[in-house]
Write a protein that binds this ligand. Structure first.
Ligand code: UD1
Ligand code: CA
Length: 464
């Protein structure tokens, strides 16, 4: 089987500068879904029909995702309709059977395509069309049947002819599997005699039904939604998210509420994903990890038994086994939080390794650092890593203690077991087991506050 994916339409209803089929749902462009469905259903060759303007972007987008091997992009010079686009594609096909999918129908999957293929064989049909029954047929093409219930045409909504056709609520899902030679000949015969002046792929049905069998296979309307505008984009996306969440639930993951998990994310059984979580890109969550309410995790890995407390944001980082993050923590790219380490509220890390069992529990900026095993970084510690030109490293040895409200001016190294007193500005390396302290000596002035208040009050004309 070969497959043609139609993706050259103008997509005017999206009102976008971006080609319609590259708009994303659940983290992948619309176009990726039918291409993958075709490959998974066994297509040996996929021809993506693109417009001249979008060809380069589409190719650049497809090749990293699928490789070049089985996918080819072809240009439809003018958007003269789906029939014209299919003709461009079918020229590049040579298998006996051709599947035609639309780039804007992302909920189609390999099972859909396989089911059409078996129907083609079992019924010895020349063409099988996927249909579905919907309450509001809107702008979908209507499946027209004769008195014997045989499919005789697909009528586009702008060209409906009579009350019978207007009353039809079985619509064309835009997924077709047919014999290549029959399709190819029919595509050569269709004409743009319709309201929109386009070559309709759907017109091959009326043509072929005159001499061979066309079957409409009725399926689940959700799988077949086309995306023509942003409302349909949102609808397709929420169905996709539900599907992905169900797949993980069935595989043993507890998923609560409206977690949004992209297709590319891996989750092991017995992990828990709470309400309002967004997991994106190449993210992996290991078993028994808990991702609490409202977290956003992008391209990161979360180890077994780790807890990501509410509203933490993690990007391109890794969190080790049993580590605790948040609430309200922010791990920026290249943060490596090892086993049993703790990163608490309002702590920001970037390009920093926090070794096993180390803790930074409150209000800190830890950039370009290396924090040794079991070290403790107190509240309000800042790694002063940037001089306006370059980034510098802060290294903290194992078991070192950094008192609250300290600034470590990088490059600087705090030796193992060293102690930095609260409020210290560290500008020189601190040897192992030494104490670093840099503070102005405290002075208490008895009664000074009371006298000050009295003076200030009298100058304001008030009682102290
Ligand atoms: C099409 C069907 C309609 C069906 C619906 C299902 C036709 C005439 N109508 O309508 O029966 O119910 O899909 O979603 O086929 N395209 C090209 N070149 C073109 C025009 C379109 O490649 O010249 C591509 C588009 O990029 C899109 C697909 O073909 O991916 C469908 O085109 P679209 O204009 O969205 O057709 P619909 O009006 O949705
Ligand atoms: Ca469409």
């Amino acid at each position: 089987m070969d497959c043609i994916v139609l993706a050259a339409g103008r997509g005017t209803r999206m009102k976008s500068r971006l080609t319609k089929v590259l708009h994303t749902i659940a983290g992948r462009p619309l176009l990726h879904y039918p291409v993958r469905a075709a490959l998974d259903a066994g297509a040996s060759h996929v021809v993506v029909v693109c417009s001249e303007e979008s060809m380069a972007t589409i190719e650049a987008n497809l090749s990293p995702a699928f490789g070049h091997a089985q996918i080819e992009c072809r240009i439809q010079t003018e958007p003269r309709g789906t029939g014209d686009a299919a003709r461009v594609g079918i020229e590049r096909c040579n298998s006996d059977v051709v599947a035609i999918l639309c780039g804007d129908t992302p909920l189609v999957d390999a099972d859909n395509v396989r089911a059409l293929l078996s129907e083609l064989r079992e019924k010895k049909a020349s063409l099988v069309v996927q249909s579905c029954v919907v309450q509001d047929p809107g702008s979908y093409g209507r499946i027209v049947r004769n008195a014997e219930q045989n499919v005789i045409a697909i009528r586009e909504h702008t060209d409906l002819r009579d009350d019978y056709e207007r009353g039809v609520n079985e619509v064309n899902a835009g997924i077709y599997v047919g014999k290549r030679e029959v399709l190819s000949a029919a595509l050569d015969r269709i004409s743009p005699n319709n309201r929109q002046g386009e070559y309709y792929l759907t017109d091959v049905v009326e043509d072929i039904a005159k001499f061979a069998l066309v079957v409409a296979r009725c399926g689940n309307p959700d799988s077949l939604r086309g995306v023509n505008d942003r409302i349909q984009l949102e609808e397709a996306e929420s169905i996709m998210y539900q599907r992905i969440a169900r797949r993980h639930s069935l595989a043993g993951v507890t998923i609560r509420g409206n977690a949004r998990i992209e297709d590319s994310v891996e989750i092991e059984p017995d992990a828990t994903i709470e309400f309002g979580v967004s997991l994106r890109g190449q993210t992996k969550i290991e078993s028994d990890a808990v991702v609490e309410v409202g977290c956003v995790i992008v391209d990161s890995s979360i180890g077994r038994n780790a807890i990501i407390k509410p509203y933490s944001v993690i990007e391109k980082s890794s969190v080790g086994v049993g580590a605790q993050i948040g609430p309200f923590a922010r791990l920026r790219p290249e943060s490596i939080i090892e086993e049993d380490a703790h990163i608490g509220n309002f702590v920001e890390t970037k390009k920093t390794v926090v070794h096993r069992g180390a803790k930074a529990n409150h209000l800190s900026y830890l950039g370009d650092g290396d924090i040794g095993e079991k070290a403790n970084v107190g509240a309000g510690t800042i790694f002063c890593n940037y001089d306006g030109y370059k980034k510098h490293k802060t290294i903290i040895g194992p078991r070192a203690f950094i008192g609250s409200d300290s600034q470590l001016v990088a490059p600087v190294t705090i030796g193992p077991g060293a102690y930095v007193a609260s409020g210290t500005t560290v500008t020189k390396d601190v040897p192992a087991d030494a104490l670093a302290i840099s503070r102005v000596k405290q002075e208490n002035r008895p009664d000074y506050a009371a006298r000050l208040r009295a003076r200030l009050a009298s100058s304001a004309g008030k009682k102290p």
